[in-house]
Design a protein around this ligand. Structure first.
Ligand SMILES: NC(=O)c1ccc[n+]([C@@H]2O[C@H](COP(=O)([O-])OP(=O)(O)OC[C@H]3O[C@@H](n4cnc5c(N)ncnc54)[C@H](O)[C@@H]3O)[C@@H](O)[C@H]2O)c1
Length: 337
């Protein structure tokens, strides 16, 4: 049987193939497509029982109905987040859904720190200058992290890994979550209200999932209480930040810097080469104009270790589907289970 995977990146394909071949050898074939699954591309899934999706595929009710009508029975999402899949519609159409509930949290936590340090120490501007043989330091002054306050919003696997690194820097730790993490408490983290965290942190890093409760968690009100020289890092999901409110704060000269690995409207833009097109997303274009904002293209998870683990777990989820098993990764159970 042929299994089709959407939005597969060049560096990812060998790892996905390696995991697939180890499990399925000659039994099934893998077809890797660079295009994203959406209303326009869904006909390419026709006749495929299993479809492998990713964060920037759009699996809304219409796409899921078309998949079910075309013979698909299982969606194997190769990420932790699944806000791109309408789970209710999947259930309604008899499609089972599984995700990768955990993989190296270090990939994302270490990247969040990469962004934080690059923004604070003005690394991109510094390198652009030295390339031009301009060796001045004007405008490049950063800050010591030791003794400053890190605010960790969401202290699950990634938030805790981020907090451990902050602890290593000698930072004071504030946390917010619906549940306290004993590992973070052991690091000396103090759990406080969101408002207090936003008000006291020199660096706010977001690690909660995107849910109706967390949508626009960083809004005009949250930004208003943040320190004028705070850093904001979002390596979780774009919808956690109200981009219009963020632009307003930046235009007013507030915040020392912002690092975004995710963006509210990233689907259809991130992972693609848009360099020869007119950028029609005014807000994304405006974000790029601020010297203290760094935007990366949802690459925090993109280490060899994490992508290899994601590939292996995705293949295990597909094996479970064929064996009629469910697991902690199951989001929508198969109709027969
Ligand atoms: N940029 C990337 O490449 C990338 C990669 C992986 C994950 N992520 C994002 O990071 C997020 C965190 O991942 P994780 O592995 O640490 O997840 P996790 O489940 O281990 O941690 C999430 C934390 O959020 C907390 N939380 C706060 N409010 C919540 C609410 N209303 N409902 C549910 N939980 C709530 C949970 O209690 C938990 O501690 C993911 O949801 C995903 O959006 C981004």
């Amino acid at each position: 049987m042929e299994i089709v995977a959407y939005g597969v990146l060049a560096d990812e394909e060998p790892l996905l193939r390696e995991a697939f071949d180890k499990a399925f050898a000659d039994r099934h074939e893998l077809r890797c497509l660079g295009l994203f699954l959406d209303r326009d591309t869904v006909p390419t899934a026709l006749g495929h029982e299993v479809v492998i999706s990713g964060v920037n595929d759009t699996l809304d009710a219409e796409v899921l109905r078309a998949l079910a009508d075309g013979g698909t029975r299982m969606i194997a999402q190769r990420s932790t987040g699944y806000n791109n899949i309408d789970l209710g519609a999947a259930q309604e159409h008899g499609l089972s859904v599984a995700r990768v509930s955990s993989y190296s949290p270090y990939s994302v936590a270490e990247f969040a720190w990469t962004l934080a340090l690059a923004v604070d120490r003005r690394i991109v501007r510094a390198v652009q200058r030295t390339r031009e043989f301009d060796f001045r330091l004007d405008g490049l002054m950063g800050r010591d992290l030791r003794g400053r306050t890190a605010g960790v919003v969401g202290t699950g696997k990634i938030g805790a890994a981020f907090a451990r690194i902050a602890h290593g820097f000698g930072m004071r730790l504030l946390g917010w979550d619906i549940a306290e993490n004993p590992d973070c408490l052991a690091l000396g983290m103090e759990y406080v209200s969101q408002r207090r965290l936003f008000a006291e942190a020199d660096l706010v890093s977001l690690h909660v999932p995107l849910l109706p409760d967390t949508h626009h968690l960083v809004d005009a009100e949250a930004l208003a209480v943040m320190k004028d020289d705070a850093l904001l890092i979002n390596s979780s999901r774009g919808g956690l930040v109200d981009t219009d409110a963020l632009l307003q704060a930046l235009r007013a000269g507030r915040l020392r810097g912002v690092g975004l690995d995710v963006y509210e409207e990233e689907a259809g833009v991130f992972f693609l080469d848009k360099s020869l097109e007119v950028m029609t997303d005014e807000r994304l274009a405006r974000l790029m104009t601020f010297g203290n904002v760094l935007v990366t293209s949802h690459q925090a998870y993109f280490t060899r270790d994490a992508v290899g683990q994601i590939a292996e777990t995705t293949v295990t989820n597909i094996e479970d589907h064929f064996a009629g098993r469910t697991s902690d990764n199951t989001l929508v159970r198969p109709v027969t289970a």
